[in-house]
Write a protein that binds this ligand. Structure first.
Ligand code: G3I
Length: 363
């Protein structure tokens, strides 16, 4: 009886265990070190609060393997401010509560992004003065709300196009309002957003985050030029995010070059959204053969070992996986094809890619 009381008292402190229908987490034997245990730098996962609450193995995997958390969607403007002047922090706060209860670092993602800035109300603003003050006030409100809770922010996400110019149009399809923040506010808007974020939370490390620097040299150069310009002018920037949505065919030289060039800035370097596709050509008859899984293992090992080798320890902000398991990855929905891009399969069993990541950490 005493034991039952003790058990009830203990479980009442666990996060998200109030759902009586929730399956009890399965304790997996874990003879080996987890990624977080084996790593000299932070290991992150992009996660959703709903999955943390509803999928026991997802939650257990995050708790065991990661020590840093990024919200995949919950901290984006579309979720935080669905209507003009309305702020909804519940979902993000739930994620923060989970991360804090598990003593994980929280990386904020993202304050300004031309895509997931839909709320439509924001995309409809065409006047530059109104848009500037709206974004300033959004950043002030949101960064203040999370002050002391998040270690860092992706302040602006994906501001450059593949030619290295500031984006002035949206990738979103016809019929959907675009958010031409670069066109309306001009190239220097990125610097001003960093300044607003710094004013609101001077302790947060501020990142610029983008994709495809490993295959698009013009974009890489444009980002590096922006950093040099910010440094000259004293614009507060502390880190760079390499998203790294790559594939088994992405050339190693491009990956190494992007990591090296970022490290040379002296800023923190975050591999911020790592996943490695095995079906980049979106083949309809895709099957994850042992050969492909082996190539994926090699690529994970290369990315992780290169990051560890090339980025000085003081600049290693960490590596964040964009998702936990192949069953909940964003890739199949995006490419409308089958793929298995992450470290755990849909049953949360470690893949060969997990082994590659681990070996990369130990190299
Ligand atoms: O939660 C709603 C659900 O209630 C609704 O029924 C359903 C109908 O479409 O939508 C669900 O929301 C979706 C959400 O993901 C959660 O799954 C949104 O429509 C969908 O737009 C959203 O996509 C996310 C996307 O960013 C846009 O925010 C992806 O999950 C997320 O992986 C992706 O992440 C981005 C990074 O932020 C930036 N870099 C690229 C990366 C991949 O696109």
């Amino acid at each position: 009886m005493k034991f039952l009381f003790l058990l009830a008292a203990l479980t009442s402190f666990l996060p998200f265990t109030d759902d009586v229908n929730e399956p009890i987490p399965v304790a997996r034997p874990s003879a080996s070190q987890t990624l977080a245990e084996a790593s000299p730098f932070h290991i992150g996962f992009a996660i959703s609060p709903a999955r943390i609450q509803n999928i026991a193995l997802y939650r257990q995997t995050v708790i065991q393997e990661a020590n840093s958390i990024t919200a995949d969607v919950a901290m984006k403007p579309s979720r935080i401010s669905p209507q003009k002047g309305v702020y909804k922090f519940e979902e993000a706060d739930q994620l923060i509560a989970f991360a804090q209860s598990q003593k994980k670092r929280i990386h904020g993602h993202t304050l300004v992004w031309y895509i997931d800035t839909s709320p439509t109300w924001l995309k409809q603003i065409r006047d530059s003065t109104e848009l500037e003050s709206t974004l300033q006030s959004y950043i002030q409100t949101v960064a203040t709300h999370f002050k002391g809770k998040v270690a860092s922010w992706d302040v602006v996400n994906e501001a450059f196009d593949k030619q290295g110019a500031i984006r002035t149009d949206s990738l979103e399809g016809p019929g959907r309002p675009t958010f031409n923040v670069g066109k309306i506010l001009g190239k220097d808007y990125v610097a001003r957003m960093f300044q607003y974020a710094h004013n609101a939370d001077p302790d947060a490390r501020l990142f610029y985050n983008d994709y495809a620097q490993e295959t698009r040299p013009a974009k890489l150069e444009a980002i590096l030029a922006m950093v040099a310009d910010f440094k000259r002018r004293g614009v507060p920037i502390h880190g760079l995010g390499l998203q790294m949505h790559i594939s088994i065919d992405t050339p190693d030289a491009g990956i190494e070059n992007a990591i090296r060039r970022y490290a040379e800035t002296g800023l923190l370097v975050h591999i911020s959204e790592l996943d490695i596709a095995m079906n980049p050509d979106k083949k309809k008859d895709f099957v994850p053969t042992p050969e492909l899984l082996e190539k994926q293992y090699e690529k994970y090992k290369f990315v992780v070992s290169t990051y560890k080798k090339v980025v000085p320890a003081s600049q290693q902000f960490g590596i964040t996986m964009w998702g936990v398991d192949d069953g909940t990855s964003w890739i199949p929905g995006f490419c409308k094809c089958a793929d298995n891009v992450l470290l755990f399969d849909a049953n949360y069993v470690k893949k060969r890619s997990y082994q590659g990541f681990l070996e990369g950490l130990k190299e």
